[in-house]
Design a protein around this ligand. Structure first.
Ligand code: NAI
Ligand code: ISE
Length: 335
């Protein structure tokens, strides 16, 4: 069965997902696209093999019978509206992170999905599909390094766009590390602090880098370094420290070059390069789940939890104090 997908938002990642859905993966076709920039939508539609309908807005795309499932790649503040509309239409929806920009909006999505009675939403936390992260999770779950006591998580970007605010280091960037911490340690966050090292002068007014400390319910601590003007490349690191051993993501790219008494590994340019395989696996598994009625990946609950922790971290950034995190009761749909 071919799953007909409609894509809302054809910016940087929307285009990349359309490329993988139409030229890399099996079982999917892109039948509809839309964007507030309709010229951009038309241009992208013209490049889709077999062509795609251009819709004047997201609601029209969701309502189209030629769209079986929806991918939301528009700006964060628009996600809630489209995810709720997809649930209302009973269509599976893959929403790029964040699920929504406030925890209240995420709750409204959870309420709508619970009322629908079945999971329809998957959130774009692609690290869970990365081969290295999956191997790390395998070691943690095997018990080979004992009970985890700490996770060190490093998230470095060479630079960020001009509209990037100091809060976005948490809500846009560290949100991936927050999701990884909950997933790797199979635990929830109960408290957060944010420390501010000396500023990187290349970040202008930005509070950059940041050191974010998460307290997990089981007692493990997670430190997250965000460092988004580091110039040398996109560098993602992770190390789990257990009671009897440690496990880390491998460093570097697929090859290592030795010459002139030096060893060099490639540092990726950006997330598209570093996580290209993860996005492919993420979307193939999503298409397979939509086609076969199988189980979806990161849920509305995961999107909500990331939003609650992010909100607490932003409060901690502003206040300099520890902020407690309270998620409330998890609906049975997400157990
Ligand atoms: P972008 O700015 O390149 O593209 C966003 C597109 O959405 C633009 O073409 C814009 O015109 C369109 N748009 C805005 N409001 C709209 C609306 N109401 N209806 C339809 N289209 C609308 O942004 P980018 O980098 O592609 O990011 C999009 C989303 O993907 C964000 O939520 C971002 O956080 C997420 N993202 C996720 C990544 C990941 O690693 N999982 C990596 C990069 C982005
Ligand atoms: C971007 O929006 C992403 O989601 C990337 O994965 C992340 O590394 C980057 O810092 C964000 O700005």
């Amino acid at each position: 069965m071919t799953v007909n997908v409609g894509v809302i938002g054809v910016g940087m990642i929307g285009k990349d997902h359309i490329r993988r859905l139409t030229t890399v993966l099996a079982g999917a076709a892109v039948t509809g696209v839309t964007d507030v920039n309709l010229d951009a939508a038309q241009q992208v539609a013209d490049g889709v093999p077999g062509g795609a309908n251009v819709h004047s807005n997201g609601q029209e795309l969701i309502d189209d019978d030629a769209v079986d499932a929806v991918v939301v790649c528009s700006w964060g503040p628009t996600h809630e509206e489209y995810v709720l509309a997809a649930i209302e239409a009973g269509k599976p929806v893959f929403c790029e992170k964040p699920l929504a920009t406030t925890q209240q909006a995420c709750r409204r999505i959870i309420d709508a999905e619970v009322a629908f009675g079945r999971r329809l939403v998957q959130v774009g936390y692609m690290r869970r599909y990365d081969a290295a992260y999956r191997a790390l999770k395998g070691v943690v779950d095997s018990g080979d390094i004992g009970t985890p006591t700490m996770l060190h998580s490093t998230h470095r970007n060479p630079s960020v766009p001009g509209h990037y605010t100091r809060e976005m280091a948490i809500t846009d960037t560290a949100v991936h590390d927050i999701d990884v911490a909950r997933w790797l340690l199979a635990d929830e966050v109960v408290g957060v602090r944010v420390l501010k090292p000396r500023k990187n002068s290349l970040g202008g007014e930005l509070e950059d880098p940041l050191f974010i400390l998460l307290e997990m319910a089981g007692g493990a601590l997670v430190d997250i370094e965000t460092n988004v003007n580091i110039r040398y490349g996109y560098d993602i690191r992770g190390e789990v420290v257990g009671e009897t051993g440690t496990a880390s993501l491998g460093s570097g790219g697929p090859i290592s070059v030795r010459r002139n008494n030096l060893v060099s590994d490639r540092v990726p340019e950006d997330w598209r390069e570093r996580f290209i395989g993860a996005y492919d696996v993420e979307f193939q598994e999503w298409i397979d789940a939509v086609g076969s009625g199988g189980t979806f990946g990161p849920s509305s609950w995961d999107g909500y939890a990331a939003a609650v922790v992010s909100d607490a971290a932003v409060e901690a950034l502003h206040s300099g104090e520890r902020v407690a995190v309270e998620l409330g009761e998890k609906p049975a749909l997400y157990s």
